[in-house]
Design a protein around this ligand. Structure first.
Ligand code: CMP
Length: 139
């Protein structure tokens, strides 16, 4: 079993797509280990995306991520990191495959509906950024 980390981003929350995205997650057989809706501060979002600090899109990314509530979640499944990335689709929805979440729910590379960890190592870091051990309640 692997654990990965996901975010339903402000665009998808605003459009009322939490339920539809969770349905896709259920259909693929992920177990939701932890989940909560939060409003990030600039320092929360800035710290989370610290690896992108030098990228030209960093400030816009932080602004976007604090523009409304998000749903953060820890997801468990065999090969969860790759499985969640496959289900999300390409970062840029214009390049996302048919049937992926970003193809169906995302507007642009900035407002791209969901986030997912890119490696098992980053998944552990990202889960622990938002959840304490006692919040991982469904393992
Ligand atoms: P996410 O998976 O949350 O990780 C970083 C985010 O930065 C990414 O999704 C995109 O929403 C956003 N972003 C904006 N521009 C770019 C870009 N050129 N390359 C990668 N990510 C970008």
């Amino acid at each position: 079993m692997e654990m990965t980390f996901g975010i339903i981003k402000p665009d998808a929350v605003k459009k009322g797509n939490i339920g539809a995205i969770l349905n896709r997650i259920n259909e693929k057989g992920f177990k939701v280990v932890a989940m909560k809706m939060i409003q990030m501060s600039a320092s929360d979002a800035g710290g989370f995306y610290e690896v992108h600090k030098e990228r030209p899109f960093y400030n816009d990314l932080v602004e976007f991520m604090i523009s409304g509530p998000v749903v953060v979640m820890a997801l468990e499944k065999n090969d969860a990191v790759k499985g969640w990335r496959d289900l999300m689709g390409a970062t840029n929805p214009k390049e996302a495959a048919e049937g992926t979440i970003r193809k169906d729910f995302a507007e642009s590379i900035d407002a791209n509906a969901v986030h997912g960890s890119d490696s098992l190592e980053n998944a552990a870091i990202e889960v622990s950024y938002f959840f304490s051990k006692t919040e991982l309640v469904n393992q």
